[in-house]
Ligand binder design. Structure first.
Ligand SMILES: Nc1ncnc2c1ncn2[C@@H]1O[C@H](COP(=O)(O)OP(=O)(O)O)[C@@H](O)[C@H]1O
Ligand SMILES: [Mg+2]
Ligand SMILES: [Zn+2]
Length: 232
């Protein structure tokens, strides 16, 4: 028995050695693109990093609405100042506490690092997907979902807005996104005014258990929108 176990162990080790020679020299996580030192994702990231600031600003504007375009990590609390996003992140806090602003700042940072960042609100995204059920539509559900599974960082703003249970459709869409991205070790940043227990109630435990792996950042304080209205 001991010998057999040893045998299995050496087999696994030699397999690891063979595979590790194939790993990307940059991220050391994904397999090299054939004939290259880096994986495809790291190469694409580097090309985006080299583009002009003007191109990067256009990309930011395509994901972040005008109100948040000036959002910058420097304006965030120490905890929310996340420069390298390598795990899922759950931003939790009341209305107007600055969650969307923080996402916009993270997107700005990510885009300048060359990362492909995409931001959606789950409800809006579900409405968008349903539009492909129209008879004339040439797009499929997969056309909409695939870029969100593939991007380097996906931001999902305002998860669980509904007061009642979430629709089955939103549930399935969210599950596919989270599950696929976790399998590929790609981080997702989610904001909600519900905590994880409440999310578990409105979606279900499978979603909540996936979110338990996330780093939680709590947003506290007064509604910033009310404060700025008071100042006027
Ligand atoms: N760190 C910050 N510095 C400056 N303004 C902020 C900051 N966080 C939020 N704001 C402003 O406060 C308002 C509410 O923030 P928002 O991110 O929309 O809140 P939430 O998404 O949590 O409801 C917005 O107008 C936003 O521009
Ligand atoms: Mg918001
Ligand atoms: Zn790589």
């Amino acid at each position: 028995m001991g010998k057999e176990a040893d045998q299995i162990l050496t087999n696994v080790q030699s397999l690891r050695e063979i595979i590790s020679a194939e790993y990307c020299e940059k991220c050391k996580v994904r397999i090299k693109d054939s004939g290259r030192k880096w994986c495809k994702r790291c190469q694409d990231r580097y090309h985006r990093y080299l583009t002009s600031n003007q191109t990067k600003e256009k990309i930011i504007l395509s994901q972040v609405s005008e109100r948040y375009i000036g959002a910058n990590l420097e304006h965030l609390s120490r905890e929310a100042k996340v420069v390298v996003i390598d795990t899922d992140i759950f931003l939790y806090g009341g209305v107007g506490t600055g969650k969307t602003y923080a996402m916009a700042a993270m997107i700005r940072e990510g885009v300048y690092q060359g990362l492909d960042c995409k931001k959606i609100s789950l409800d809006e995204f579900c409405v968008q997907i349903r539009s492909c059920y129209a008879p004339m539509s040439k797009q499929t559900e997969w056309d909409y979902i695939k870029p969100l599974i593939d991007c380097d960082i996906l931001f999902i703003d305002d998860l669980g807005l509904r007061t009642k249970d979430e629709s089955d459709f939103a549930y399935v869409t969210l599950y596919i996104l989270l599950n696929k991205r976790q399998e590929m070790m790609l981080p997702t940043v989610i904001s909600s005014n519900k905590n994880l227990e409440q999310i578990e109630k409105s979606f279900d435990s499978r979603i909540a258990s996936r979110l338990k792996l996330a780093k939680v950042i709590k947003f506290e304080g007064k509604d910033r929108r009310e404060q700025s209205a008071e100042r006027k």
